[in-house]
Design a binder for this molecule. Structure first.
Ligand SMILES: *[C@@H]1O[C@H](CO)[C@@H](O)[C@H](O)[C@H]1NC(C)=O
Ligand SMILES: *[C@@H]1O[C@H](CO)[C@@H](O)[C@H](O)[C@H]1NC(C)=O
Ligand SMILES: *[C@@H]1O[C@H](CO)[C@@H](O)[C@H](O)[C@H]1NC(C)=O
Length: 581
């Protein structure tokens, strides 16, 4: 009886106390979060501008900081400079801005000041944005489709300078389930396209200790005539490589069709002037040269490596690599991106690196000429690219799954580094770009007019994709009989993707529009009459301050309550707390 009574007596305060603690913890967390984001961080940044890049890299601004433009609602990465050198290549950077927390992912072009030039909207997942030449014209090309596991199913778009889709290239199926894969789309000087495909097929996997009736993700490449869609050449890895040449392991892979075993994993195709193909296979750690009739001419790296390493093993030891490219056929020079990691179970080196290798093909020897390692010695488990820039003789490296873009002098000295997400948080797939390219000379003349919008007393203007705008002119118009007349009111030199005009002294005008001027001062286009919107942005801040106040008060009250109930004997605390409220 006594026991029962006691229990009943104890249950109520226990639940109450639990609830109280929950409230205190939640309120404390909210107060802390608001204090940090609205007070501590701005204060830190204000106090020490030199701290800013470090805060960015650690993820204080989030894993993938982005900015959204008022004039058109687009968003682009907010970048941070890790290292800068005035000699860095002045070309545009071509990215596919993807990742878990990115609001609207897509292909993006940034200028040499990391300002947005173009953001492609309305495509599915995209990879491999770059400028390529076809029939003497420049095109923006990229893959677009659905990503599944380690492969993609989609098509390749080719956009002209107006950003109209002029050609869409598909893989040739021939009764199979083959579709265009995300890893490669390369246009050759003969106006054909090289593309990769993945094909799930039944296979004997007993040499891996798996089932005889297993499932293989075979992979290979096609060469397709862009104009006619005709298949000119096809090569499949399983015809030339054994499944046990792989370094990949996957405990569940290969038993059922929906989880096939990806033994080869092709991820780049290049072609030389003799018509031979250079391919990279991530999961066999090898780069191979394939003749026009499909035979293997040589293999560099992996189990069947044929090259003697003249760099004490540091040339053929690339692992889980990407993006093998000819730099000079005559001199036997190629670049590639050596990941050194294929996921948490396959860590095979301290950091990823771009590599420049010299091959002596007749003698089958290889020399490591240069390595390209990022500022923080980034090791990225997937994706990545290395690009030789012939004009500056620099090498531009994208670290794929890690939001790091680095530019090096030929000998491997890091010159410039840009981060488009927090490098230290990259395990969370915060911001990624399968590859990154630098390229000069892209000229974009979008069909859409410039976008302009008025919020309160500011007019915001931008023109997605326009590369030739040097300045903006603000024009004001009247009403009634003067409706057709526009007067020039103000000029701004274009520096940022989005610029703004102050309208507070221009209340005599009821309508505004903006004209884009080129280098010669000629009008490239006018925006429509800018619509007006009022901002509500202060309310967010007011609400945050109010919430912060409430959270602090609740947490403090809770603490006081607990302290008084526990501290009957501890006078000091209960007295102080009791006095407070
Ligand atoms: C790979 O498998 C084949 C049979 O498919 C076998 O002949 C060969 O010895 C195996 N190689 C290795 C290295 O296990
Ligand atoms: C282009 O076509 C010519 C003639 O068919 C051929 O000899 C050459 O190897 C091709 N080059 C490439 C890069 O495809
Ligand atoms: C092979 O190596 C030898 C000795 O280094 C060199 O003399 C010869 O020119 C090389 N052969 C070719 C085809 O480059």
């Amino acid at each position: 009886m006594l026991l029962m009574g006691r229990r009943r007596f104890e249950v109520k305060p226990f639940v109450l106390r639990l609830l109280l603690w929950a409230v205190i913890v939640v309120a404390g967390a909210v107060a802390l979060y608001l204090t940090i984001s609205y007070a501590a961080i701005p204060l830190l940044i204000w106090l020490s501008p030199t701290l800013n890049p470090t805060l960015y890299d650690l993820g204080f601004y989030g894993g993938s900081p982005s900015q959204t433009y008022v004039s058109n609602g687009l968003s682009s990465p907010r970048t941070s400079i890790g290292k800068h050198d005035p000699d860095c290549d002045k070309g545009y950077t071509f990215l596919n801005y993807n990742g878990g927390s990115i609001p609207n992912p897509g292909p993006a072009i940034l200028d040499s000041n990391r300002e947005l030039i173009w953001k492609g909207e309305g495509f599915a997942v995209t990879t491999n944005l770059k400028v390529q030449s076809y029939m003497g014209q420049q095109y923006l090309t990229f893959w677009s489709g659905k990503k599944g596991g380690t492969m993609g199913r989609g098509v390749y778009h080719m956009l002209d300078s107006s950003y109209d889709v002029k050609h869409t290239v598909s893989a040739v199926a021939k009764g199979s389930e083959i579709e265009g894969d995300l890893h490669e789309f390369k246009i050759t000087p003969n106006n054909t396209a090289l593309l990769t495909f993945y094909n799930v097929t039944p296979a004997d996997l007993s040499s891996l200790g798996k089932w005889k009736n297993g499932w293989l993700a075979d992979s290979g490449f096609q060469e397709v005539d862009i104009a006619t869609g005709e298949l000119l050449f096809e090569w499949k890895a399983s015809d030339h490589f054994q499944v046990n040449e792989t370094f990949m392991t996957h405990p569940f892979g290969g038993y059922i069709k929906s989880i096939p075993f990806d033994f080869f994993h092709i991820n780049s195709v290049d072609k030389d002037s003799k018509g031979n193909y250079l391919i990279s296979s991530r999961h066999t750690h090898s780069v191979s040269c394939i003749s026009p009739d499909g035979q293997i001419i040589w293999i560099l790296g992996g189990q069947r490596n044929q090259f003697r390493d003249l760099s004490a093993g540091d040339a053929v030891n690339f692992k889980w690599q990407h993006d093998a490219r000819w730099v000079s056929e005559e001199e036997g020079i190629i670049t590639l991106f050596d990941n050194k990691e294929g996921g948490p179970l396959h860590v095979d080196g301290p950091y990823s690196r771009g590599m420049m290798l010299k091959l002596d093909i007749a003698n089958r020897t290889v020399t490591l000429l240069h390595s390209y390692v990022s500022q923080y010695q980034t090791r990225t488990p997937s994706q990545g690219s290395a690009q030789y820039l012939p004009d500056t003789r620099h090498v531009f490296v994208g670290f794929g799954h890690s939001p790091v873009l680095s530019e090096f002098s030929l000998d491997g000295t890091l010159l410039c580094e840009v981060h488009y997400g927090a490098p230290w948080l990259h395990v969370f797939t915060t911001a990624v770009s399968y590859r990154a390219f630098k390229s000069a000379g892209w000229i974009g003349k979008p069909r859409e007019p410039p976008a302009a919008k008025i919020v309160d007393d500011l007019l915001y203007v931008s023109w997605n994709g326009a590369t030739e705008v040097e300045a903006w002119v603000l024009q004001g118009g009247g009403t009634g009989e003067h409706e057709e007349e526009w007067s020039d009111l103000d000029f701004i030199d274009k520096e940022f993707f989005e610029e703004s005009f102050d309208l507070s002294q221009l209340s005599q005008y009821s309508r505004f529009r903006v004209g884009a001027l080129d280098r010669e001062g000629e009008i490239l286009g006018y925006s429509d009459v800018a619509p007006r919107e009022s901002s509500g942005s202060w309310w967010g801040f007011v609400l945050a301050v109010f919430l912060w106040g409430v959270a602090c008060k609740v947490a403090w009250m809770g603490y006081g309550w607990v302290a008084r109930h526990r501290g009957a004997g501890r006078r000091g605390v209960s007295w102080v707390v009791g006095k407070k409220w």
